[in-house]
Ligand binder design. Structure first.
Ligand code: SAM
Length: 258
């Protein structure tokens, strides 16, 4: 019997209806190349494997890695490792040789969700879709639109790189042990029109971090060091970070990197 480990964010899904819905959203088929982050005891893994020829698992917990290695299931490749250090771009290179879609999926450990989402950005060019269960509050911030109180640094950075949709809300009762928070499933599809180079992405990180550094302050204060180059309108100078659109942040990043 595996005892859930808090330090690895282990809350195992057991609600069959929710499991069915998530697997349907991932929509596995035999040509698809999928990696599941954190299979745990296999709530998603087993139904996914029924419809895939090949499934890769990335798991940090040695006991669970041993468990999956013992199963000797056809088509399963078990990788022991920390998703925060894993080279998803290298993994995805394999996909370009195949005809199916390349997907990263998982019911993610909530304690590492933001750094993991940023880590995955570096592989977005090679990935077709990501389907993740996360803390509902995080998903709400990811998909929030400018003007909403949830609109944040996470919203701007991830909406620059992905089209995203909250596709399913999941209550704590769906898990064992139950988390203290609500959860939600998000679908993330890398934007086809993304064309920032590394310098522009770096400039976006800087300007967005500065803008949101003090949420209540006007941009006149938060963006002081950039004002000479950005030429904000009078209205923008008096605005707060959450009132500026993603497209406008992208324009500013292009100016700062030029
Ligand atoms: N997929 C299972 C389910 O839905 O029941 C388990 C989900 S549980 C919320 C998170 C899983 O991620 C656990 O299996 C945990 O050991 C694993 N995990 C935690 N941190 C990780 C990391 N840094 N890299 C890879 N896996 C990790």
């Amino acid at each position: 019997m595996h005892r859930a480990r808090k330090r690895f964010g282990q809350n195992f899904l057991h609600d069959e209806g929710i499991i069915y819905s998530i697997v349907s959203l991932i929509n596995p088929d035999t040509d698809m190349h999928v990696i599941e982050i954190g299979p745990g005891l296999g709530a998603l893994t087993r139904p996914l494997l029924r419809n895939l020829d090949q499934l890769d698992l990335l798991e940090i917990d040695r006991d669970l890695v041993a468990y999956w290695n013992q199963q000797k299931l056809k088509g399963l490749k078990v990788i022991e490792g920390d998703a925060l250090n894993f080279d998803f771009l290298e993994w995805a290179k394999d996909c370009s040789d195949k005809k199916g879609l390349c997907k990263v999926v998982g019911n993610l450990p909530y304690n590492i969700s933001s750094p993991l989402l940023f880590h995955l950005v570096s592989a977005a060019q090679a990935i077709d879709e990501q389907v993740f269960m996360l803390q509902a509050e995080v998903v709400e911030r990811m998909v929030a639109k400018a003007g909403s109180s949830d609109f944040s640094r996470l919203s701007v950075m991830l909406q620059t790189r992905y089209d995203m949709e909250l596709v399913l809300e999941v209550p704590p009762e769906a898990f064992d042990p139950q988390p203290k928070v609500n959860s939600a499933v998000v679908r993330m599809i890398p934007r086809k029109d993304f064309n920032l180079n590394l310098a522009q992405w770096g400039a976006l990180e800087k300007v967005v971090a500065a803008a949101f550094s003090q949420r209540r302050k006007m941009l006149r204060t938060n963006l002081q060091v950039f004002l000479e180059r950005l030429k904000l309108s009078e209205i923008e100078l008096k605005s707060r970070a959450q009132d500026i659109s993603v497209d406008r942040y992208i324009e500013w990043a292009r100016v700062l990197a030029s």
